[in-house]
Design a protein around this ligand. Structure first.
Ligand code: ZN
Length: 247
């Protein structure tokens, strides 16, 4: 398999142009250029004391020790200064051009929506969304970042929680179904910034029967099935492809 770089973005552009239903599947590598670390990578959140970290991000911790949960969540999960990078922006443009029909992501940073993508499937939820566990009232991220200690609902004093899948919780069925529908309809999938080893990423990409493009700095479990294999920055490859499509 030929290893490609952003200089070969015209190949991706051609494939996007001839596709009828393209979807994007992204992992942590899409957001690292926005300054959000890959939690599973070297030095990441899950690489040391991972047992403790898993507890702090669990449903049990949120319910039993909300102060500990929020202390950790605010310090390690919220990145108030992170902004969408060129990968997020290119995907929003590709959707506006009618080429990308859906963005599936494992990330919880909410940056695809912030960049302007409309059809985003957030498999693990989003730190940009919070709600009251008692009455369901929605709260923006700022409400949580600016609160001291445990954020409480101003309507009913219930505990506010992030709309993300915590340890001990199942993935959102509706999001999984939406992802399924899109991957079954798609004739082209770009899988990027993920080693494609963790469920459900692995399943969505492994069982995909259309044309597959992979953009990742390191090897993935699905490299052999890829028609195009890029070992380069996700933002560089995508923004170059957009540039060519706009010519
Ligand atoms: Zn409430």
């Amino acid at each position: 398999m030929k290893i490609l770089t952003a200089n070969d973005a015209h190949l991706l552009a051609e494939m996007l142009r001839s596709s009828t239903h393209a979807v994007f599947f992204g992992g942590a590598g899409v957001s690292t250029e926005s300054g959000i670390p890959d939690f599973r990578g070297t030095g990441g959140l899950y690489s040391d004391n991972s047992e403790d970290n898993a507890y702090y991000l669990s449903n049990a911790c949120l319910r039993n020790e909300p102060e500990k949960f929020y202390e950790f969540y605010k310090r390690s999960m919220l990145y108030p200064n992170a902004r969408p990078n060129d990968a997020h922006k290119a995907l929003a443009e590709l959707e506006e051009m009618g080429i990308i029909k859906a963005v599936l992501t494992q990330n919880i940073d909410g940056l695809h929506s912030e960049a302007g993508s409309k059809n985003v499937i957030e498999l693990h939820g989003s730190c940009a969304k919070h709600y009251c566990m008692r009455c369901g009232k929605a709260f923006p991220k700022e409400e949580v970042t600016s609160s001291a200690g445990v954020p409480r609902c101003d309507a009913c004093t219930g505990l506010i929680r992030p709309k993300v899948t915590l340890y001990g919780e199942a993935l959102d069925e509706r999001e999984l179904e939406r992802a399924d529908r899109h991957t079954n309809t798609a004739d082209l999938m770009i899988a990027a910034g993920s080693s494609l080893t963790v469920y459900p990423a692995a399943a969505f990409v492994k069982y995909f029967t259309g044309r597959l493009v992979i953009i990742n700095y390191t090897e993935t479990d699905c490299d052999a099935s890829a028609e195009l294999l890029y070992r380069d920055s996700v933002s560089k490859v995508l923004s170059e492809a957009v540039k060519i499509l706009k010519m």
